[in-house]
Design a binder for this molecule. Structure first.
Ligand SMILES: [Zn+2]
Length: 232
């Protein structure tokens, strides 16, 4: 696929993540380029108005690749990947099935980690996240060693929370990854609100399984994407 075809949905996703307040002035999203490299928004990019020129292609050591295309001009302008690129690199290295990763700073999901409240599925789409482990450090994931620890904590899962910091969501496509990132925060906000008036009902294992079978579909992911896209 051409660079533009791969990068365009990534740009849309970052704008939507910002619009939905899942990403603020930092936070980043990436999509796999090949077995050894990926596209990611630059550390300096202004998230709500990010464009294809803000996307850099780097290998798992953070070195620019793809010179000769748009990235060539971005490299000349000194555009660098975010400091936390090892978070993406080490998940791609460990998980060949992952083709998109989003690191967000969502308020409600992070609030749960600040107080040690485990994420629990309390609405149907929340079940699609499965078990969401918590990475036991609030610090920036900016070394290969930390990236490897994050990848190990994520395991084969779809998401993990970084204590008092943010969330990491992965997917087989940018559309799926975006939808899961939205569901994660929506579930956490509902869980938090329910806790203000009582003990939230947590979906049983059988209910979670049914939700996954019925809702983890490309059709629902695209519908979720289109919903957020229409609000840009
Ligand atoms: Zn972060």
């Amino acid at each position: 696929m051409e660079r533009d075809d791969v990068v365009a949905p990534l740009v849309d996703a970052i704008r939507m993540l910002t619009h939905a307040e899942l990403v603020d002035y930092s936070g980043h999203a990436s999509t796999r380029r090949d077995a050894v490299s990926f596209y990611i928004n630059s550390g300096a990019s202004i998230r709500p108005i990010v464009t294809a020129a803000d996307i850099v292609a780097i290998d798992f050591d953070g070195k620019p690749v793809d010179a000769g295309s748009t990235t060539d001009s971005t490299v000349r302008r000194g555009v660098s990947p975010p400091l936390e690129f090892p978070l993406h690199a080490e998940i791609y290295r460990a998980r060949p099935d992952v083709r998109a990763i989003m690191h967000t700073h969502p308020k409600w999901s992070t609030l749960l980690t600040m107080t040690g409240v485990p994420f629990r599925p309390v609405y149907p789409q929340g079940a699609l996240l499965g078990d969401v482990p918590v990475f036991d450090s609030p610090l920036s994931v900016n070394t290969r060693e930390m990236g490897e620890r994050v990848a190990r904590t994520l395991g084969a899962g779809a998401a993990l929370l970084l204590k008092s910091h943010g969330a990491v969501v992965v997917g087989a496509t940018v559309v799926e990854c975006f939808a899961l990132a939205a569901y994660l925060e929506e579930n956490a906000s509902r869980q938090y609100l329910a806790m203000q008036i009582g003990t939230p009902y947590v979906f049983s294992a059988a209910e979670q399984q049914l939700c996954r079978e019925r809702l983890a579909t490309p059709g629902l992911f695209k519908k979720t994407w289109d919903h957020y896209f229409s609000k840009l």
